[in-house]
Design a binder for this molecule. Structure first.
Ligand code: ARG
Length: 257
């Protein structure tokens, strides 16, 4: 078989490469534009979903609108920044489009206990200069423990990398990941802290948030229960994504939002 088979393989490789380039030119829109296991999500369905960008427009984190002028994000996305360095982009699914609205940030609150993602308190609130005309998401309150039951499907959203070490996404992507029991997550990570974090992911990996998704939402039953915070690699088996357990910060967020 040798010769012809090798030839056919080569031909196949060339065809795939060409198709890949063509898809790239057309935009990464394909239904299997996945990588961290996601697929295209519509901003109209998730109007609370925003991204944080530098003043030059570079997207680097996600966020959730929780009131018309308040965005919840990860502390590690904004700690040490000045409000003037951050812009919030809302209503925009395609980073290369000009749809939606860009809002300057008036002020910035970072949880006072935040030092490192692995110590928890990875939560921050941005107050926008102007209210935005998009529907905010409800956030988990102090008595919403039932939303954190292991196995519940969680929705994650973002424009982050589509593979560990890969390129960020041009379009908003979403994926569903089940919540992981605290005891299981403690086995995955020695620095997991159940009082301030919640994990989500499949035991076999394949679906996860990744770099650039931080600050974005983990949603259960339509309620914001977590903030994308950290993980080892992306989508690895036995290494779920770790999210800020929003319920743990309900009281302090009531004051800030
Ligand atoms: N820290 C990352 C960020 O800044 C998020 C990483 C999430 N990692 C994961 N495996 N779920 O965007």
């Amino acid at each position: 078989m040798g010769g012809p088979t090798r030839y056919r393989r080569l031909l196949l490789a060339v065809v795939l490469a060409v198709t890949g380039v063509a898809t790239g030119v057309a935009g990464q829109a394909g239904a299997d534009e996945r990588i961290v296991g996601g697929s295209r999500a519509s901003i109209a369905d998730h109007s609370y979903m925003v991204y944080l960008a530098t003043v030059d427009g570079f997207q680097y984190c996600g966020g959730s609108l929780v009131a018309e002028d308040k965005v919840i994000t990860a502390a590690h996305c904004v700690a040490g920044e000045r409000p003037a360095d951050i812009t919030v982009v809302a209503g925009r699914e395609d980073k290369q489009s000009e749809t939606g609205l860009i809002s300057p940030v008036a002020s910035l609150w970072v949880h006072p206990d935040f030092t490192d993602v692995r110590d928890g308190a990875d939560v921050a609130v941005l107050t926008l200069r102007e209210p935005l005309p998009y529907r905010p998401i409800e956030r988990a309150g102090a008595d919403d423990a039932a939303l954190y039951e292991a196995g519940k499907p969680g929705l994650i959203l973002g424009w982050g990398r589509t593979t560990a070490g890969g390129e960020p996404s041009r379009f908003l992507l979403g994926a569903e990941v089940p919540l992981v029991a605290d005891a299981d997550c403690a086995n995955s990570y020695s620095t997991f802290k159940a009082e301030s974090m919640i994990c989500a992911g499949l035991p076999e990996g394949g679906v996860d948030s990744c770099q650039g998704d931080s600050g974005g939402p983990l949603v259960v039953e339509g309620v914001l229960v977590g903030i994308t915070s950290w993980g080892e690699g992306c989508a690895l088996a036995g290494k779920p994504g770790v999210y800020t357990r929003l319920m743990a910060y309900a009281a302090v967020l009531d004051e800030q939002v």
